[in-house]
Design a protein around this ligand. Structure first.
Ligand code: PMP
Length: 361
């Protein structure tokens, strides 16, 4: 990209950052959710000749993109009169929605009960408990199994009064959070000069909400879904809509899906392309971003950045591509920076030799 275009772009970013800056005083934890910065990934932008931008969702007050959905599903339960003071929010989650909910519940005075697959990191379980949530780690079985963490959460809510199962996978208040906040923020931060959006999906709320908003603004904006091993959405898209059984697994937590959730359903036909991103590529990017840019991000975020980088190469130079940097590495550090753990996943060799100095645990 020419120096002139870089300067014009930087000015644009600067002026929108000032125009949209948060008020000086924010009302409580909830007031601090959203309005995250959009960050230019400098080295990747230089390499591709496009602007590769990351929405810094790790800067939400609960530390992840899921703070937005957590707030929306609780607000919806309140608006529908499903919960009143002293009530209980119950959710099945890989962790981040639970953490967002636990914060929102403390801020609003609700109890919080979380069911999560026992494959998730200890850091997330510890944090949930420190935030006052009651946590049930349960065996990781598919959604079709009645003992899946989501069904256990639903049954628990049915057993106790004044309790709501917020059902993040199929409750479209989740997608609405991104349609009403993340999408408009990206549109304004880029001054509408955006060519592509890509991210992976857990519930699909981020992908669907942002895609819908951006395509309503400009139908020419491309939206690519990014998928890790063990997820079916890549093959679903490439095969024209066949749900193929999940195969394999991934080091990425919080993403990968075995079905088309309600949050995703209406946007599944808006997908322009799908990208399969291996764990090798994600872990390499995670270490690269630490070394080149100083970002300490989780594996789903690294996967998203690989997708944005690949999308930039596919669309060609001079474009603006946005993805989500969903959370920080703090929640996974005893895994992602542990030689023993990386060895157990055969991933040490995927990290370039000169970056292996960061494997310190
Ligand atoms: N990254 C991380 C770390 C997550 O926890 C999640 C949500 N589980 C996602 C990405 C995916 O977000 P969404 O649920 O909006 O698809």
């Amino acid at each position: 990209m020419s120096l002139l275009k870089t300067q014009i772009f930087s000015c644009r970013l600067f002026s929108t950052a000032v125009a949209n800056s948060k008020p000086k005083i924010i009302d409580g934890f909830i007031g601090a959710i959203g309005n995250t910065p959009l960050i230019r990934l400098r080295k990747l932008s230089e390499e591709t000749g496009s602007e590769v931008l990351g929405k810094a969702e790790f800067m939400n007050p609960g530390g992840s993109v899921k703070d937005r959905a957590a707030l929306y599903v609780v607000k919806e339960a309140e608006e529908k009169g499903l919960i009143t003071t002293g009530g209980t929010i119950i959710e099945g989650t890989a962790g981040n929605t639970g953490i967002g909910l636990a914060h929102v519940c403390r801020a609003k005075g609700y109890d919080c009960i979380i069911y999560m697959p026992n494959t998730q990191s200890q850091e997330k379980i510890d944090l949930l408990r420190m935030l006052g949530a009651k946590v049930y780690p349960v065996p990781a079985v598919p959604f079709e199994d009645p003992n899946n963490y989501n069904h256990q959460a639903r049954r628990h809510a049915e057993r106790i009064p004044n309790a709501v199962w917020t059902n993040q996978f199929d409750n479209v208040a989740n997608r609405r959070a991104h349609y009403e906040t993340t999408g408009p923020e990206i549109w304004e931060q880029t001054n509408g000069q955006i060519d592509g959006f890509t991210c992976s999906t857990g519930t699909g709320g981020t992908f669907a909400g942002v895609t819908r908003y951006l395509k309503e603004k400009n139908p020419n904006i491309k939206s690519f879904i990014a998928d890790p091993p063990g997820s079916v959405l890549y093959s679903y898209f490439k095969s024209g809509g066949n749900l193929i059984e999940r195969k394999g697994s991934s080091i990425t937590e919080g993403i990968g899906q075995g079905r088309v959730t309600e949050n995703l359903k209406e946007e599944i036909n808006s997908i322009d392309d799908a990208l399969f991103i291996s764990d090798e590529k994600s872990i390499e990017m995670l270490y690269r971003l630490l070394d080149e840019e100083g970002f300490y991000i989780g594996a789903s975020s690294a996967l998203n950045v690989v997708a944005a980088y690949e999308m930039a190469k596919i669309l060609g130079p001079g474009k603006t591509i946005v993805t989500a940097i969903c959370d920080g590495a703090y929640r996974y550090q005893t895994r992602l920076f542990s030689r023993k753990w990386l060895e157990s996943k055969n991933l040490v060799d995927a990290i370039p030799k000169h970056l292996q100095k960061y494997i310190i645990l």
